[in-house]
Design a protein around this ligand. Structure first.
Ligand SMILES: Nc1ncnc2c1ncn2[C@@H]1O[C@H](COP(=O)(O)OP(=O)(O)OP(=O)(O)O)[C@@H](O)[C@H]1O
Ligand SMILES: [Mg+2]
Length: 354
């Protein structure tokens, strides 16, 4: 699977562009504020229908303009798909092969895209919400039954919370039964995923010099010594007092440890970046088919040895890769592989002469 072409207009500082990409490796070089991250953002928007930098569309639209568009051609198992996304003010429009889409699940399924950027280095220490998002994205591709269970869980949670707020104990108890049923399905899928994930993390973390015996511990969002149905029943009086559901997978979390130590207390900033690469690489190996990997500013915070190590790790995957750097020297280790190079300057993207 790879993105063969991309067109964009009115995205951040970028000039309108039509680009053809290498199926495997694309290197993007330009000074600070030239528009490199914005180009990655364009690719990310196509597959995820939202940015990794903002949850509001307004900052994405070029100053002075009212709408932006990004479209592209995706080759999946030899078949070409046309994808498009537009924002007009806050209104989002998604298109796939000439059809207008209401929801983004179909796009997500077709074009799995991930980014490694500085916000990811904080994953072990940031809010549980972001770790759950990381987890959900991976499990979505890993387990085809996950999305319906997750949606049913979310619905039951909303309904139970509405009943709790209204002081409707009977309604809350009834929705609690659905919550328990789907909650256990969601939790089982997440656990299975993390088990496979952890088995792959240990050897990779060791290879990256982070230490032996890396592991991931799943932390369910309810008392570990009790069944979710029981907990929901027992919680009911307290939940009614507060008007919200205290227990369930919407409170799930996970911890990463190396040699028995929580990585939050153990790793340096550079090592956190290596760990982030490891996590995202493993996510890639657990997709149905290779996806698209965006790496923003590969070189920053890493010494030369680790830059080379990560460069090698990245090209070993079967994924289509887009890597940015402020200096061409940071990408030297990669230029021995077949690639296409792009220069970005003041928002203008130009392919380098072969
Ligand atoms: N809506 C917008 N309209 C116009 N320009 C914008 C908009 N949003 C951001 N910019 C500008 O776009 C420029 C490019 O930003 P971008 O983050 O893509 O740069 P970059 O090449 O990744 O830089 P760095 O190397 O510092 O990470 C910045 O100067 C930014 O201020
Ligand atoms: Mg940038």
């Amino acid at each position: 699977m790879h993105l063969s072409r991309l067109s964009l207009a009115n995205l951040r500082n970028l000039h309108p562009a039509r680009l053809a990409f290498d199926p495997r490796l694309n290197l993007i070089v330009g000074p600070n504020a030239s528009g490199k991250t914005s180009l990655l953002e364009a690719i990310y928007l196509l597959g995820r229908a939202q940015s990794f930098r903002t949850s509001h569309p307004r900052p994405l639209i070029q100053s002075g303009q009212s709408a932006l568009t990004v479209s592209g051609c995706l080759l999946v198992d030899g078949r070409e798909h046309r994808l498009g996304i537009g924002f007009e003010g806050v209104r989002r429009r998604l298109r796939l092969d000439g059809r207008e889409l209401d929801a983004r699940a179909e796009l997500l399924r077709l074009m799995p895209v991930r980014i490694i950027d500085p916000t990811l280095y904080d994953l072990p220490e940031t809010s549980p919400h972001r770790r759950r998002r990381f987890l959900d994205w991976g499990v979505f591709y890993f387990d085809p039954d996950y999305l319906p269970a997750w949606r049913a869980y979310r619905r039951a949670l909303q309904q139970r919370n509405a009943a709790l707020k209204a002081g409707d104990a009977e309604g809350a108890a009834l929705w609690g039964q659905s919550l328990g049923k789907y909650g256990k399905m969601v939790s089982r899928s997440r656990q299975r995923y993390l088990q496979v994930f952890a088995a792959r993390l240990a050897p990779l973390a060791e290879k990256l010099g982070l230490g032996k015996e890396a592991g991931i511990r799943y932390l369910p969002g309810w008392r570990a010594d009790a069944d979710l149905d029981t907990v929901l029943r027992e919680d009911l009086p307290r939940d009614l007092r507060h008007g919200c559901t205290h227990s369930g997978p919407h409170r799930d979390d996970f911890r990463i440890a190396i040699e028995g130590h929580d990585v939050r207390q153990r790793l340096s900033r550079g090592q956190m970046k290596l760990l982030a690469h490891a996590l995202i690489s493993i996510q890639g190996t657990l997709l149905e088919r290779p996806g698209i990997l965006l790496i923003d500013d590969l070189a920053s915070e890493l010494d030369q040895e680790n830059q080379a190590l990560l460069s090698e790790l990245s090209v070993q995957t079967q994924e289509q890769i887009f890597i940015t750097a402020t200096r061409p020297a940071a990408l030297t280790a990669l230029t021995s592989h077949p690639h296409r190079m792009f220069h970005v300057e003041h928002g203008r993207i130009s392919p380098a002469e072969p």
